[in-house]
Design a protein around this ligand. Structure first.
Ligand code: ATP
Ligand code: MG
Length: 177
């Protein structure tokens, strides 16, 4: 039995990890799909598809879980009605999908795919949006992601990128001390 877990993972956090561990109790293998893989260097999608893949492998470590996961990427097609067919044409076969995202749930349900909604783990804390905000505000985000993911984000100067990319190049008055 194979489960599919899809997300943007911007970044991969402990909520994702908790879901993954729960899925691992229910299926033999998990296909982890990194969605919107073409996006990067924006406020909503700071990390590349490849960087997000590195994060997931860093979080999986070398344990049994890693051997049971297939990590792959999927680009957007911007046509929701064709998206499930697009996904099926690009990723390994699966029997059941795990998602809490309303659009993802709806699209798979309409395609008659079994969808399970994993429980939410402290969603106000473990959310990509909240973590990106903390990164921008110099808050404590490192405890919200697996240790190896925090290490990787530091290695690639990820926080600096996130702070710089939304800035405009319009004229700003130089500040006088
Ligand atoms: P963003 O705020 O950027 O959308 P996110 O935390 O929702 O980030 P996604 O990559 O969009 O992360 O989520 C992938 C999947 O993981 C979705 O199905 C989402 O509902 C689920 N998920 C995210 N956070 C949690 C959590 N804390 N507990 C359970 N499921 C979660
Ligand atoms: Mg989300």
């Amino acid at each position: 039995m194979r489960g599919l877990y899809i997300g943007r993972f911007q970044p991969y956090h402990l909520g994702h990890q908790a879901v993954l561990e729960k899925i691992a109790d229910e299926v033999d293998e998990i296909v982890i799909v990194i969605g919107s893989a073409q996006e990067s260097h924006t406020a909503e999608n700071p990390f590349t598809g490849g960087e997000r893949m590195e994060m997931i492998y860093a979080a999986l470590g070398k344990a049994d879980l890693r051997k049971r996961c297939i990590v792959t990427t999927l680009q957007d097609i911007n046509r929701n009605s064709l998206w499930v067919t697009h996904l099926r044409s690009m990723v390994p076969c699966f029997d059941v999908v795990y998602s809490n995202n309303p659009l993802v749930v709806r699209l798979f349900s309409e395609a008659k795919v079994t969808v399970k909604k994993p429980p939410l783990y402290q969603r106000e804390l473990y959310s990509g949006t909240a973590i990106r905000n903390l990164m921008r505000q110099d808050g404590n985000w490192t405890d919200l992601v697996p240790g190896n993911v925090a290490k990787f984000i530091r290695q690639i100067n990820g926080v600096e990128r996130l702070c710089i990319v939304p800035k405009s190049d319009s004229f700003e008055m130089p500040s006088h001390e």
